[in-house]
Write a protein that binds this ligand. Structure first.
Ligand SMILES: Nc1nc2c(ncn2[C@@H]2O[C@H](COP(=O)(O)OP(=O)(O)OP(=O)(O)O)[C@@H](O)[C@H]2O)c(=O)[nH]1
Ligand SMILES: [Zn+2]
Length: 359
């Protein structure tokens, strides 16, 4: 399989050339489950584990391979076992906080060019969720596109498009009815050959239906292994890495569902530029726009220039991010300590080894 078909480009090539050693080859991570990775490389699919060194040196989950990553792989001498020796730098990454109490960054997917934020225009549609998705996408270095699916189920969707446009801050919006195969041509204009795309959105928003539309003739039931065609050579790609007839690459990962934020306040400000603009005239530079006198955000709220629900969502996200910032700081100092301890343990092992063998 040609690596370019899987999204390989000059950026990865250059880094690979810097890092490669003998018998190392690149492959792309398609699934990651408990440190067993399914990879795609020039020779097709293979399973791989991690070298002890990579696992040991990783100070956090984010330093382990993620779906979408390009990794450096080596085969055992009898070629029966593959191990991942390193990760090539990422062009982009979509992260969330790991679910539960832990505060750790989890990379949901790496090296995505376009992220489609899928919303159903039936009961699923929610402006606040779109704001949340936009905040996640802003931080990821991917190009977001908002998809409003199921236009057939919402006769007056024009109003919704207007409301979404007001919060989208220039992010493109596509309307479609995947079930009727409508709007798909417009959607395709955002998908380029050899570029990687992903869809996020809540369950039932229509992600699988949209992917099936993009597959066209090759459409298959959800859950089945999909097949692509590579210049006559028959290849079967993994269900989670789909090569579209026009050459776009879809990463369809069950982890791309509800997203907890892994971001920071400056990113929030990028998403809520209207609130940021109002806040320039708040009396206090560090105004939290909650109870301070002379708050321009509050007065925009009173005059109706700023929507109350949008404002509430902003405060909610701001609180979440502040809490996260405190937790991140704690984790960072703990990780720094672990890294130092690991370094000391390595040095002391080396000293012991020397004593034993060399002196
Ligand atoms: N009316 C209408 N229904 C749609 C449309 N697109 C998808 N659906 C229906 O919505 C339901 C969910 O669609 P899926 O494509 O499975 O949704 P999904 O986002 O992949 O859901 P998960 O796999 O749970 O994440 C199915 O019953 C689809 O037939 C549409 O354009 N209009
Ligand atoms: Zn204020």
């Amino acid at each position: 399989m040609d690596l370019k078909t899987l999204g390989w480009n000059e950026f990865f090539e250059n880094h690979f050339n810097e890092l490669k050693t003998e018998h190392i080859f690149p492959a792309r991570v398609v699934t990651a489950q408990r440190e067993i990775y399914s990879l795609y490389g020039e020779s097709g699919e293979l399973k791989a584990g991690l070298t002890g060194k990579l696992r040991f040196n990783a100070a956090s989950l984010a330093e382990l391979p993620a779906v979408g990553d390009w990794v450096l792989v080596k085969l055992s001498p009898d070629k029966s076992i593959a191990v991942i020796e390193g990760i090539l730098p990422r062009i982009s990454k979509l992260s969330r906080k790991v679910t539960g109490e832990q505060t750790q960054e989890q990379i949901i997917v790496a090296n995505i060019d376009v992220i489609f934020l899928v919303n159903g225009l039936d009961g699923d549609y929610n402006l606040r969720r779109i704001e949340r998705y936009l905040t996640v996408a802003k931080d990821s270095n991917t190009k977001p596109v908002i998809l409003l699916n199921k236009t057939d189920a919402c006769p007056d969707y024009a109003q919704i498009v207007e409301a979404v446009t007001a919060i989208a801050d220039g992010v493109p919006i596509c309307t479609l009815s995947a079930i009727n195969n409508e709007g798909i041509e417009n959607l395709k204009t955002y998908i380029k050959k050899e570029q990687t795309i992903a869809f996020i959105g809540s369950s039932g928003a229509g992600k699988s239906t949209i992917i099936n539309c993009l597959l066209g003739e090759g459409r298959q039931k959800t859950g089945a292994v999909r097949e692509g065609d590579d210049r006559g050579k028959h290849i079967t790609t993994h269900r989670e890495l789909i090569i579209l007839p026009d050459g776009g690459i879809v990463i369809d990962n069950p982890g791309l569902r509800e997203i907890q934020l892994w971001s920071d306040e400056p990113t929030l400000k990028d998403t809520f530029t209207d609130i940021e603009d109002f806040s320039l005239t708040c009396r206090f530079g560090n105004c939290t726009h909650e109870s301070e006198p002379g708050c321009a955000v509050k007065s925009a709220l009173e005059t109706g220039t700023l929507d109350a629900k949008r404002y509430q969502n902003y405060l909610k996200l701001q609180k979440e991010l502040r809490y996260l910032a405190v937790r991140k700081e704690k984790i960072k100092s703990r990780n720094d300590k672990i890294v130092t301890e690991k370094r000391i343990s390595r040095i002391s092992k080396q000293i012991k080894k020397h004593n034993k063998y060399d002196f």
